[in-house]
Design a protein around this ligand. Sequence first.
Ligand SMILES: Cc1cc2nc3c(=O)[nH]c(=O)nc-3n(C[C@H](O)[C@H](O)[C@H](O)COP(=O)(O)OP(=O)(O)OC[C@H]3O[C@@H](n4cnc5c(N)ncnc54)[C@H](O)[C@@H]3O)c2cc1C
Length: 386
Amino acid sequence: MNYFLTEDQQMIKDLAAKIAREKIEPVAAHFDETGEFPWEIVKLLAQADLFRVFIPEEYDGLGGGIVEMCLVVEELSKACGGIALAYAASGLGTIPIILFGSEELKKQYLPRLAAGEILGAFALTEPEAGSDAAAVKTRAVPDGDSFVINGTKQWITNGGEAFIYTVIALTDPSRGPRGASAVLVEKGTPGFEFGKKEDKMGIRGSATRELIFTDCRVPKTNLLGREGAGFLVAMKTFDQSRPGVASQAVGIAQGALDKAVAYSQERKQFGKPISSFQGLQFMLADMATQVEAARALTFQAARTIDAGAKNVAKISAMAKVFASDTAMRVTTDAVQVFGGYGYMKEYPVEKMMRDAKITQIYEGTNQIQREVIALQLIKESLQKKD
Ligand SMILES: Cc1cc2nc3c(=O)[nH]c(=O)nc-3n(C[C@H](O)[C@H](O)[C@H](O)COP(=O)(O)OP(=O)(O)OC[C@H]3O[C@@H](n4cnc5c(N)ncnc54)[C@H](O)[C@@H]3O)c2cc1C
């Protein structure tokens, strides 16, 4: 289907697809098995200028937006959802700098992120603060020209591998959620250490670690937005990054569908390719229809953001919910199409099913996304009555 991409967007998509096909697909099982971080692929993506696509031109980017980021994430995810996440999570760490960074911070970090010389990460979650993000306990106590950070962040993607971290911490606990701020912290800052790397069900090529802050001092100039606006920074960042999760889901689903269609023509039972059985044909048709619908909604969300729409929370959440639920269904069905072989690690679809699951959980679970959508619906309905 034609998504009315510009010539530049089509080039970005084709380039990402070529890297995915030629460089990522052959090593996807290796990174899934070992859990190593795919630095060699990150370097290839950097050489291909793919980290530049969503960064403004004045900071050495190519001036694209969320559509461009989504195009890359989808193509990479077709080959490996885990490796694609090293790229997507760096995007998640870059967006708050683009949206809320001072001119100085933008000049300091965006050109290096655009070159893929460093990776970014975003740290909100804590052991006691998952969906209830307002329950964060990490403190960033103002002290002269610095903030002194103490606390622990949990399950941070690109943790240990990224160089620059957006950390949401309380600068004034007496103000509750309005007392949180977003602060940039560089890897190597004294008092900033990493916990163990998590052993995960899927997306095993991505690094997930604890961040541990002990009297970690960062300059006040590292603040993103104003003091007290930490949750605003987080929510506005997620509004823009959730289509990226949706693209990861669409890519994983499309990858599984492609494998299922090919396998159904190779595998023979009852003397015929299994693709000749209507029971399977209908499954494949439903899978393809769901993937196409998920992609359309994801591009709708990305284009709405890039067009500068003010309130994108609902469309962004819708794309994330729909695409991730689709990825879970489609990858499960792909395993079914492969039968017993699909359950074996020798074939790629069981990994895709494991990789798909996370898209329903992170950047706000799908239950939380549905709350976001419903609250916005109610708000819009009340506005109409006024
Ligand atoms: C692999 C991985 C990578 C991650 N990467 C990052 C990262 O880079 N940065 C970061 O900050 N975080 C990251 N996270 C954290 C992730 O965003 C959280 O796991 C997620 O927000 C859910 O929080 P929780 O796991 O504590 O679940 P909980 O909040 O404990 O939820 C448990 C269950 O209860 C449901 N639930 C909770 N509250 C409600 C409610 N009000 N209504 C209905 N249902 C509800 C949830 O939907 C879920 O099903 C990552 C997590 C994982 C697993």
